[in-house]
Write a protein that binds this ligand. Sequence first.
Ligand code: BES
Ligand code: ZN
Ligand code: ZN
Length: 496
Amino acid sequence: MNIQAKKSKAEEYPCELLLLLSFESPEWLEGPIQAVDHQWKGFVSTLIKDGDFKGELFESRLFYTQGAIPAKRVLLTGLGKKGEFSLEKWRGAASKAGQFLRNLGIKQFVFPIKKINGFSEEELAESFVTGLLLGVYQFNEFKTLERDKIKEIEGLVLLGEGDEEIKWINDGMRTGKIISDGVYMARDLVNGPSNEVTPTVLAKKAQQIAKEYQMKLEIYDVNEVEAMGMGAFVAVAKGSQEPGKFIIIEYNQGKGLDTIALVGKGITFDSGGISIKPSENMERMKDDMSGAAAVLATLQVASQLRIPLHLVGIIPATENLPSGKAYKPGDILKTLSGQTVEVISTDAEGRLILSDALTYSLRYKPKAIIDLATLTGACVVALGDYVVGLFGNEELLLKKIEEASVMAGERSWRMPLWDEYFEYLKSDVADFKNVGTRAAGAIIGAIFLSKFVEKIPWAHLDIAGPASIEKERPYIPRGGTGVGVRLLVQLLRDWK
Ligand code: BES
Ligand code: ZN
Ligand code: ZN
């Protein structure tokens, strides 16, 4: 979608369609909608007064202006009550309006941006563009039939009244576009099937990003990391014919900046291995690399936004399959940390590959380590499918993540990591087991990971629920969501 900012007024700008957002039953009209109403002989205020358009959240109605203003059509979309306004609702309204127009076959539209409820033009432009782009996302790569029926909005013009406003709008628009591009990339990788999105393809994607944005890249194959001592990652990877890849992508905006390690689970397909999963819904396990996708996208966005940090993205990527070479329940693995693990279930593979990746991250002496993983079904049971389970060993880092999570509209909920939970992982034959009880499954998974980060501030985001969704949300269509990208980008933008 081509997006640009232009200096003009809504009531003066000729276009196919003008979008106006309105609060619910407002006492008076404010901003661009007021000027349009005036020009349009009170059409909008009459509609609202007579109750034909209430402005309820996401309510959308299309009108022909019949020459009253230069815009041929107007779409009115509701923002809900003024007192309950948030950027999250603004993003939702942008998306709902965009979906409405797209489904109607509208190709171009215009939207005036002016401060409301204390939010700046820059914030509003960023959130509008983000909500709109994320809301109209579609994954059509593999559809060959009736491609001519696929509808897309091609252009958006954001209007601002003065030169200064235009500058703010341009800045916000650019940020929104960069972030949405990152989320699109993550969603495409998650939606892509495992026969297409293999560990090799993830490595290629990392290579492409590293080249385009001048980042450092290291890709190790299974033999190389075996020599380094990554017994846990190697055990999982060796069950598959598809070669595993250990990917490190590094972005540095300058000298002496804080180092943050971002670790993403990159299981491109999780069959469960020898502890094989039931076949029902197994197709969903192509999304088991959502953490990896989010890490790659975050690095891309961070470098485009020139966020002043040193970021190290670490992605252990492999399939988890049963075969004659697969690791087995009862096997004892030696991790890169030196600690040994008794395998109880080969389906608890995420924590195994992550354990080596977390240990590896320590060599960068990071100020913080954050891992993202579709780690446990238990987290979905606990929190449902739109909340990230948040675990960690340091209050300050967790607080920052919680703030970023609210700002980004990617909900998270804090979970405990009390020592008592470690009891469940005690093993008779090794340092610990890879599985405890079914009860508290998400916490036990997190406790396992905590044994590999030493004393470095660390947070674990269990994204098993929100990584891909069955029921759409205002600006998140069904399927892969790209969850974590906007949360991490917000965290990194606000770092310090
Ligand atoms: N990838 C799964 C977790 C998962 C399950 C993500 C459902 C999304 C939806 C993970 O590797 C797994 O299989 N975990 C096991 C752990 C158990 C064996 C301790 C689980 O959650 O059942
Ligand atoms: Zn598994
Ligand atoms: Zn898994």
